[in-house]
Design a protein around this ligand. Sequence first.
Ligand code: GLA
Length: 720
Amino acid sequence: MAIEYIKNSKIFHLYNNDISYVIKIYLGEPCLIHFGKRVHINDDVIKLHSEYPVSFLCQEDGEPPFVSREIIQRECATYGLGDFRYPSLSVEDGVKNNAFNLSYCGYEILETKEVIKGMPSLRGGQSLKIFLQDEDSGLRAELHYTIYEDCNVVARSVKLKNASDSDMNLKRAFSFCMDFDGCDYNATYLYGKHSAEANIEQIRISHGVKTISSTTGTTSHKANPFIALSELGANEESGNVVGVNLIYSGSFSISVEVNHLHKTRLTGGINDFNFDWTLHSDEEFATPEAVICYSDEGFGGMSRQFHYLYKNYLICSKFEKAPCPIVINSWESAFYDFNDEKLYAIIEKAKNTGIDIFVLDDGWFKGRNSDKSSLGDWETDTCKLKHGLKGIVEKCKDCGLKFGIWIEPEMISKDSDLYREHTDWALKNAYLKNPESRNQLVLDLTKREVLTYIKNAMGTLLRENEISYVKWDMNRYLSGNYSEGLKNQGEFMHRYMLAVYELCEYLTTEFPSVVFEGCAGGGGRVDAGMMYYFPMIWASDSTDANDRTKIMYGWSLCYPLSSLSGHITCVPNHQNNRETPLNSRFDIAALGAFGFEFDISDSDEADYISDFTKKYREVESVTKNGNLYRLRNPFQDDDFSLMIVNREQTCAYLWVYQSLVSYLRTPYRLKLRGLCPDKLYRVENLGLQLYGDILMNLGLQINPCYSDFESRLLKITEVR
Ligand code: GLA
């Protein structure tokens, strides 16, 4: 891995064994020459740069031809220099009407990457900073690039500085801009809704702008800050794909624009809708980081790169390297209706089963008998829990379990003591009616006293009780936001996100051994920003195994499944009434961070808990660090299949799941992936011994099942 500057031709070359990112200073600004496979660079490479002379736009001295900026591949695009594509940066200083000429003025190479203050970002890597300035206005920009030895990604972010004497207003401050040659690409991204997150959509891009975004103050169920641009014909296993993911958890926007010269621009970052940030004299503004990933092994290769990167450079390593705690969660076991006895019975049943933690979900605090009240009053409801949390903690200890708890720190109910005391702490827009959603309001964490209060309340809760695990929920979007006293309301959404990150940073630093599970009404905040703090994220409120095949398949495009949690719940399923077999529920839950969520004190299905925890630990030894290969796409085939192979290629698990029975089904060959061709493997459940090349080229014969929602989880181990 290295970052080189070739002085004569003003070229920066960031590379590792597999990829190159090549930037050339051209027309005074950084332009992309190449991002993809590792290449050799010499001076003549610059001659490959597109130039498009236009005669009607003359230079000042009238000398044609003038090279159009509409065709060059700009790394930080401003408006006003004859490039009419949408820029990645838009700034008002009251004078220049958004026309800035950010020109190159130097660089710095850092052996160790700088952290982005107040925000999550990747750890490790070697960095390049390219400095730009607009001489007249005093606007400065630093483009940051980080490259990794063992991963095909470049991380990018921008730092802006106001070096003038007066205020400037950032109207758009995106994290990256990348221009690609031509426009023969597909764009692939995720969309969804509550309980149906992570649906995959692919479109052929065309002239104009396509934007995926969230305006919700979260990344949301509706969209996700991930997009892949792929050459036509790229598929799961082959073809060039560039994937982009923002390390950000708030409102975002990512756009693909094709202009009339058939050039493609990909740009994105904090959503610029309603965004306006006042940058006072001498102040700096840092954008969230964008991860740009390259794969020449199609979408599968791209996903494996993202997974490896996040497991090694994003998620906190002490949790990532350790086995996941297996939980029994009280939500679908009891909802709001419990008392000491009911919980004790569940805890006792979990004793000696391999379950590690009892997680007390919603309903444990003062007066919380439904979702209509009490958020903000983080004291135990002693009507339900006569011996307080301490009684439950003691019971857990007696049974060899640890204790975990559900909190929703960002929220406040109108019917709460906190609201009665501090009505002004809730976000409300005086001009809009009905600000509630799920009967709750959002705390205005941008106010220092509110953030301090919630830090203390959470700190006290964790300090005074032996809590090993926290499920951090967030059950509504931000809407109609208005923070009283905030001078520039356009700053609100990002300030809110910074406050959430400050709270996350405080709690994870103050309580370093506590495992945090992120959640936002299920998968409303599944993103790399949250993964930086929370090693686990609840993938969806749909706990139905059949729904989860799609949801997990979709998330796996960008996020490692081992950090997405899934539980065995009861049937009929609480969300959709579907009945799926118990072994299917296990298999699908075992794709990620595993647990149980049904009343195990009163169910025959609880007899199998010990078998499942044992089996999960075996599966986890492969899935935690393994490589994922998607084999059958439930969005296309109705069936789901993937395999995860350990890094040594000595062991793999293969999931084969069939949704509905049909007599039209016939046996088919499933070609496996990721094995070593020369190794002999045993397919344990089938009693077969076959070489890797046979398994990958001829495949296993899969016979249809004769009941709905059947799953098979096959273990494949090396014989020699
Ligand atoms: C959200 C979560 C659920 C559960 C409930 C509790 O919907 O996603 O898992 O914790 O809140 O109210």
